[in-house]
Design a protein around this ligand. Sequence first.
Ligand code: GLN
Length: 303
Amino acid sequence: MDYQAVLEEVADAVAPQIGRGQAAGYIPALAAVDLGGFGMALADVDGSVTGVGDWQVPFSVQSISKAFGLALVLAQDGENLWGRVGREPSGTPFNSLVQLEYENGIPRNPFINAGALVVTDRLQSLTGDASTTMLDFLRAESGNPQVSFDPAVASSESDHGDRNAALAHFMASYGNLDNPVQTVLDHYFRQCSIAMSCRDLALAGSFLARHGLATDGSRLLPAREAKRINAVMLTCGTYDAAGDFAYRVGLPGKSGVGGGILAVVPGRCTLCVWSPGLDMRGNSVAGVAALDAFTSLTDWSVF
Ligand code: GLN
């Protein structure tokens, strides 16, 4: 397949959507971003990467980091995590508090904020430095040593992080955090602040399309664990829009409020699309449209 031609066709098809939606205003450092950006990259399982638009421009990965955190914990700790976090869609916004009390401090899944905080807590216990472990992993898998934290975004989120702090304290009250709340929050904000391009993210997520094999050919995860991460991305990766995302796109996907979405075509490729205008559920308007157009053009959904 001529990937470049397909991506150009996708970019043309979604041009009217670019600039629609809103930036993530609750994180002031992200609120000022220009809504006109759009990029898309495709990393083939053979390691080659193709892109269109702003595909080499770094943006804030935000919740896309949650997929990598889950992978790192499953790689190091097997299935133990699932006693502390579920794997059902929440049907509630990514930062919602309501379910946590009904469900005794056990988050519905690892991709809502509460669940990601538990994953970060576990990675911190396993490694002693959760966010640097993730950064090192992302640099290695993307092949880009320039990938970095954005301290301005991390501190902006921390300064306005009352809701995440509430989630973390609430879970601590149920004994579902092993590290101090502030430590977990600091590492969580740092991992969310990592700046990467569509190119970097498509490459870094390749292990999900390669059934658990890292870019150097070593095994990061057993194939069954890669399958499970993809399954949780499909059912929970876009929060309370996961049903609609599966309906329109038909691929495992993980979005972030920086406007990026990482999607996986198992056995073939990973895709990353970025455009900062978000819909009401925090997913990129043009990003979802682009993935919808991609699977319509190629017939490469998992269904
Ligand atoms: N850092 C963001 C938060 O915790 C991530 C949310 C997201 O990307 N959906 O609110």
